[in-house]
Design a protein around this ligand. Sequence first.
Ligand SMILES: [Zn+2]
Length: 552
Amino acid sequence: MNDGTTRREFLGSMAAFSLFPFEQEKPDLILHNGHIVTMNAADPVAEAVAIARGRFFAVGKNADVMNLVAAAVRKIDLGGKTVLPGFIDAHSHPAAAGLSHLRMVDCDLRSISAIQAALRERAAKTPAGEWVLGFKYDDTKTEDGRPLSTADLDAAVPDHPVHIEHRGGHTVYANSLGLRKAGIDEKTPDPPGGKIDHDTATGKLSGRVAESAQDFFDKAIPHNFTRDDHREGVKLISKMLAKTGITSATEAQGNPTDLRAYQDARDSGDLLYRAYCFINYRFIDAMIEAGVRTGFGDEWVRVGAMKMVCDGSISERTARLSVPYEGRPNDYGILVMTEEELYTYGRKAHLAGWQIGTHANGDVGIDTTLRVYERLQRESPRHDPRFRLEHCTVVNDDLIARIKALGAIPTPFSTYVYYHGEKMRYYGAERLNHMFALRSFIDAGIRATQASDYPPGEFIPMMALQSEVTRTDTKGNVWGPKQKITVEEAIRVGTINGAYASYEENLKGSIETGKLADLVVLGRDPLKENPSTLVTIPVERTMAGGRWTYES
Ligand SMILES: [Zn+2]
């Protein structure tokens, strides 16, 4: 203020009207005549919002909000449509996924012949000898009932090396030329922690390579992404997320390159969601040295937790369990980092003021991770550390009590029951009642989040609601019905809880005066919808910071 009014006087006069104290008196935009589900417990439903400089300036009844307005202010009639706060995907891999979508063939297709056709098309546009790369292949989702083979890939693409990543990220498939370029032949021994599959009848290579054996390809495939490519990847995935109503996402395995890509995309106007960028533990020394810690950044790009990995995956059945996988009596899954390693890196981060997010899926993985967090808090107590348990899939009463006592935050897979139902049988009906355990978390007063883990899981928030509310897969099988939650609870999990997980509950996650204007306009009201059709509710518009990031 430079007109003689002091800032304090000005703010005081604004407070009398119970508006957010902006240094400007009128909003830029009014949305009215809506059914606005605010997720603000004090004022759960509104009809209109006024937005100024990217934040909610007023939230309330049509008449009250419209009364603020000079005729010149732009107004949009929502026609009674339902509005929710923008969704927050608390664990995802969008930067890497964006790059993959930019460069690779999306193999999320329903038959081997469809995959072959897509690869053939890409090969036709690729100079001979250069790699044809694919991702999001899922052996359980093709109608053929068998995995891709080298023969399938050779038949489709004989003259280019081919490399296809499984959706779960722990196995890859290659054609003959790809295997040769990677230096793999029939006599190549399995490396420690890895497996090169052979046809059991003929002994020939099957084309499938698992876990650490994937490193053969890492050395052979050039990773020549430019700085622009990284920005373009963020731009591409931004559009995909915005289309589904997501306004914030955690980059759950980030590194300094991702952090730069997010800043580049923000500066060029291409970043359409707010990124909470985790930093992999391998970079923690450099980050601490630079004076950076969790929370550094702005409302669009913020440094998140330090990321570590305790055990394996759910979709590819390597999570570390106390009771073996169904039908595999000696298979308990794997531990990726030792407890001592988790503690050593965790201590460094904890003392430097970082939040910590550790991938922990199985009950043994979660127990191990909690032991590390409990020890850190015992030895060096910190106020409000908000330790995160990434995925936190298989739980029990003891683990839940310890999560609650520690104030830790689980980020369970939101769409797995619905989308990956065919993989649930490996866990068994009884165990499913203790997996993705939102009912248990909510009842215990634990603030769990919505999380896709994309690419392994789908990121559509409406699918997350349906999965969490019905616990039913696409074929109608119900998995773990004891963990069902209500639609309203599922919305809370996907909005305000996500904000809490990144220390931003005062900034976003609900439609409240003063918070960031992040919202989604839906074609139908999820609170009135049949739960088994939630996934079909269309997203009409998404807004982040007062700007439409998607309009249908
Ligand atoms: Zn992940």
